[in-house]
Ligand binder design. Structure first.
Ligand SMILES: *Cc1c(COP(=O)(O)O)cnc(C)c1O
Length: 364
């Protein structure tokens, strides 16, 4: 039986994506050839790339608005440096919001390119919330933020209004909720959390912000070169890109982003209500900033860890162990995770309370 997979990434994808992508390795589009042995410039693969790029802009509501969708390589981590390479003016500065580990990694790379202003940080509180009331310098080349903090379980519910271009790392909540995506000038997301197999990164960029940094950019790092080559400057990660197409085709059948958002909200409230109700657990993120994708929580009595771990593992749950920088548990509820899996977890939490609540009172 399939596990209830709460892994943070790589993570669960729709079952039909596993099945269809497996089939494509054996016989792609009835061609009697594997997707892994054909030219990326063949008619069949070019059609995959064109369709997936078009679907991205369609889902985000960005068609005909001057944006381009690219499927690049190097993970979100390469965008940490490709962004300043392309956008940070030679004698300019970049503004960053520090909301966790990934934001920090992005800041580290930007510092190699020029002045980096951290407009606000929640580091002092171990990133349990999203800072508010900060100012973005008007002369910054861009403002960078992380929409969903995969490790700390916080999520930005709104974004600042600014004349400065906004760059957003959406690796762990892309296509999970409706937003006005035209408020962003550049969005990037590693595929392996809500889109497809690891190996490709989605970049959605407003073309008008490019070509202004005054830097000489190596071709493979230059967004403009990738746009000109229609995301085929060099051999793309064909299999990973194909899995992204299959996921987006699946998403369309779920009613697109608006359809999946309803289910994501139902999953998140089911789990958060239990975390808040159950005397054995406590959430780590400030309620208003809780992520609908990654829920982080702790045991009130850490001594019961072994007992709780045994129970969820026996229930067929996988990938619930928290990241070492928060500890406890992290339930990642990406688009493909069914509501039933969250229900299984909630049932285990209730049963755990029934079995151990008196015992934990005695221990106090
Ligand atoms: C996972 C993750 C990354 C890192 O992605 P890679 O593709 O492994 O480089 C960056 N940002 C966020 C928000 C993530 O969740």
């Amino acid at each position: 039986m399939k596990k209830h997979n709460f892994s943070a990434g790589p993570c669960i994808l729709p079952q039909e994506v596993f099945e269809k992508s497996a089939q494509s390795v054996l016989n792609f589009n009835h061609s009697d050839l594997s997707i892994l042995e054909i030219s990326h410039r063949s008619k069949d693969f070019v059609a995959v790339m064109e369709e997936v790029r078009a679907l991205v802009l369609e889902f985000l509501g960005l068609e005909g608005k001057g944006y381009q969708a690219l499927f690049l390589q190097g993970g979100a981590s390469l965008e940490f440096l490709r962004v300043p390479y392309n956008l940070l003016n030679v004698d300019g500065k970049a503004a960053y919001l520090d909301t966790g580990t990934w934001a920090n990694n992005a800041i580290k790379e930007a510092k190699l390119f020029g002045e980096t202003v951290i407009v606000a940080s929640s580091k002092e509180e171990n990133y349990n919330h999203i800072p508010t009331n900060y100012t973005i310098p008007e002369d910054a080349s861009y403002f960078h933020c992380t929409s969903n903090n995969t490790i700390f379980g916080t999520q930005m519910k709104s974004f600042p209004k600014t004349a400065v271009p906004i760059v957003c790392d959406m690796s762990s909540d892309i296509f999970s909720r409706t937003l006005d995506f035209s408020q962003f000038d550049l969005i990037y997301a590693g595929a392996q959390k809500n889109m497809g197999a690891a190996g490709t990164t989605l970049v959605v960029v407003k073309e008008s912000i490019l070509g202004k940094s005054g830097r000489a950019i190596p071709s493979i790092l230059d967004y403009q070169k990738h746009i000109k080559a229609e995301s085929m400057y060099n051999t793309p990660a064909v299999f990973a890109v194909y899995t992204c197409l299959l996921t987006l085709q699946w998403l369309k059948k779920q009613g697109g982003i608006a359809g999946i958002e309803k289910i994501n909200e139902a999953k998140a409230s089911l789990l958060y209500n239990e975390i808040d109700r159950n005397t054995m657990f406590r959430g780590t993120a400030v309620k208003a900033d809780r992520s609908i994708m990654n829920a982080t929580f702790l045991l009130e009595n850490p001594e019961l860890q072994e007992s709780f771990d045994k129970m969820w593992k026996e229930a067929g749950i996988s990938g619930l162990t928290g990241h070492r920088s928060v500890g406890g548990y992290r339930a990642s509820m990406y688009n493909a995770l069914p509501l039933e899996s969250v229900q299984v977890l909630v049932d285990v939490m209730k049963e755990f309370e029934t079995l151990y609540s008196t015992q934990s009172q005695l221990a106090e």
